[in-house]
Design a protein around this ligand. Structure first.
Ligand code: ADP
Length: 598
């Protein structure tokens, strides 16, 4: 129930709303009970039962009887009936007014809480380091932000409403019933713990199933997402069948858990109804005996008593449903809070000074691992300011990871990365990244226009954007583009070379001090490649550049080359020095494993 309490704590900013809604709910209860109370004189007028002993009756009954009696003497029975019917109708209308009023007021509260959680999840994802993201599944995250939040909205918040209104209803009705016939009412109260016990047992088991179903839905969405992303590969390798059966297996599990959830939830109504109707019949029998014997109850009162009891049944049902719903929503809330509680990488608060930006970057005894895989192992490297350092090495040796660490996406678990005297762990990452240009291997583009892709939410300066487009040789395709037209998902409306140049233009826009470049290995046609290369050359000039390089031309021109193998720098020097050394780098060059494009 911890998650439930946390959801409750989110209600704090809405307390005035909740207060008014609670008041309206109270009014609903009062009108609801009053409307049935008002039935008594009507029924008594119709079924006039003389000879009933009212000496032990509750005061309100006597007062009501007297009031009706004097009205009847003055205006006659017909007019009395008319007035009481009219008053009863008014009470019913008021009851429904206040009930709707409570829902009306709570609507923005329910949606507000969901929106608040959605925003928190969204921001949390952006705050988590890429290392943490490597442990999370995209589909599962999306399920938490959609299905789980829906569940919270539908089950938990709806349940909460029932949880406030209906117990009040039960309490008020029971008090009224007590004044009408303590004996019958006590009997009803005696049965309540039995129903409570039954419901709690089913509720526990429902929570377990709901949790499993939601977990499986996450897996399910992940699988779907992967299919959508990798469709061309699936088709090319005729993997449709394998994918389909993998998905089918996950669906089967999900169905199993959902069936169990449905069955258990659906059990709540029959249980509540059987309990309610049994109670009702007992009341009818015992109350009927009283009326027949002409003791403390009139026939009209018994009918009112029964109607009140009948109101108790849905109220009990609502409370039990609310309990189930809250249990179910609790499972979803726990899944949302699990993500929100993930600890964010600690961010330093020292902004790098201009002087530090002009200093060398030193990686000292750096160790880094994802999950259990150790990727960087005691890596040492000095990156000279204003020069180009090319990182070369076999695939999987940790080159991209090295760039990630330099961008501050994650911090080394051991060792340090420092720029001049500033340790990156202590640096204010936003200020640091503001002066970094990052060109990833796969251009990451948004489905919006060129301008927004380049400025990416930072200050929008059209002149600067145009300059960046020009510098990255983008104008030849952007100049013919309709102003403001989106470029398709992931830049789908552009060619591979155009996407890369746009990604380079983004780095130009930042005018970075440190440029991190993951050279594309994707085969571009010669012309595109030449243009991308040209754009990069301009960009790299006079900046501290770290490039994961695949093209011999980039590598040869670099001021130093670091050959990385198994998470360590094993050779360091210029192209000529390393060739002369005759080590691993020279073997690589001799084998022609680099894209010899120049
Ligand atoms: P390179 O760029 O040299 O090819 P990477 O830095 O991309 O190498 O990867 C180094 C190792 O780290 C690989 O063995 C890879 O399996 C692992 N790795 C990379 N990214 C992740 C990730 N997000 N989660 C878990 N392991 C990863």
């Amino acid at each position: 129930m911890k998650s439930f309490l946390r959801i409750l704590s989110l209600l704090k900013p809405y307390l005035p709303y909740v207060f008014v809604a609670a008041l309206l709910n109270m009014l609903t209860v009062i009108f609801s009970i009053g409307s049935v109370g008002a039935l008594i004189p009507i029924l008594n007028l119709i079924f006039d039962t003389p000879g009933t002993d009212l000496s032990h009756a509750a005061e309100w009954k006597l007062a009501l009887a007297e009031l009706v009696e004097s009205y009847k003497v003055e205006h006659g029975p017909g007019k009395t009936l008319q007035t009481t019917v009219f008053l009863t109708l008014c009470i019913f209308i008021l009851k429904n007014f206040s009930r709707y009023g409570a829902l009306y007021i709570l609507a923005p509260v329910r949606n507000g809480i969901v929106a608040q959680l959605k925003k928190q999840l969204h921001d949390k994802w952006m705050a988590l380091s890429l290392r943490q993201h490597s442990e999370l599944k995209k589909g599962d995250m999306l399920t938490r932000a959609t299905a789980d939040l829906n569940e919270i909205e539908w089950s938990m918040l709806k349940g909460m409403e029932g949880f406030v209104r209906d117990p009040l209803m039960i309490l008020g009705t029971l008090i009224l019933l007590f004044t009408m016939s303590p004996k019958l009412t006590l009997l009803a109260i005696a049965i309540i713990p039995i129903s409570g016990g039954l419901i709690a047992t089913v509720g526990k088991s429902l929570k377990r199933s709901a949790n499993q179903a939601q977990e499986e839905l996450g897996q399910n969405t992940s699988a779907l997402e992967e299919v959508l992303t990798n469709l061309p590969v699936i088709k090319a390798f005729v993997a449709e069948r394998a994918m389909s059966s993998r998905y089918q297996a996950s669906l089967k599990l999900w169905t199993k858990h959902m069936v169990s959830v449905f069955r258990k939830r659906d059990l709540s109504s029959p249980i509540a109804e059987v309990l309610g109707v049994s109670l009702l019949l007992i009341v009818l029998y015992l109350g009927g005996m009283e009326v027949v014997a002409g003791r403390s109850m009139t026939g009209g009162e018994l009918i009112a008593f029964v109607v009140l009891f009948y109101q108790l049944i849905p109220a009990f049902k609502n409370v039990t449903n609310a309990l189930y719903d809250i249990q179910k929503g609790n499972a979803s809330a726990a899944r949302v809070f699990d993500v929100l509680d993930l600890e964010e990488a600690r961010n330093g608060h020292i902004a790098p000074t201009d002087q530090q930006w002009n200093e060398d970057i030193r990686l000292k005894n750096v160790f880094f691992s994802y999950d259990d895989t150790e990727v960087l192992k005691d890596l040492n490297l000095l990156i000279p300011a204003g020069k180009t350092t090319a990182i070369v090495g076999p695939s999987g040796s940790g080159k991209t990871t090295l760039l990630y660490l330099l961008a501050g996406f994650a911090h080394p678990q051991q060792g340090s990365i420092s720029m001049g005297s500033l340790d990156l762990k202590k640096a204010e990452l936003k200020a640091y990244r503001n002066k970094i240009g990052w060109v990833p291997q796969q251009p990451l583009l948004f489905n919006t226009d060129f301008e927004n892709n380049i400025a990416l939410g930072s200050e929008h300066n059209t002149a600067k954007i145009n300059k960046a487009l020009e510098a990255a040789y983008c104008t030849e395709f952007t100049s013919q583009w309709t102003q403001g037209k989106p470029i398709g998902e992931g830049g789908a409306s552009l060619s591979g070379g155009q996407r890369q140049r746009l990604s380079i233009a983004r780095a130009f826009y930042v005018n970075p001090k440190l440029l991190l470049l993951d050279e594309a290995t994707a085969a571009l046609d010669n012309e595109s490649e030449a243009r991308v290369q040209k754009a990069l050359e301009v960009l790299m000039k006079e900046r501290t550049t770290v490039v994961v390089a695949h093209r011999l031309s980039t590598i040869k021109d670099a001021d130093q080359i670091a050959y990385v193998e198994d998470g360590k720098v094993v050779e360091l020097g210029t192209h000529l020095e390393l060739i002369e050394n005759g080590g691993k780098y020279s073997a690589l060059v001799n084998l022609g494993n680099l894209n010899a494009d120049s």
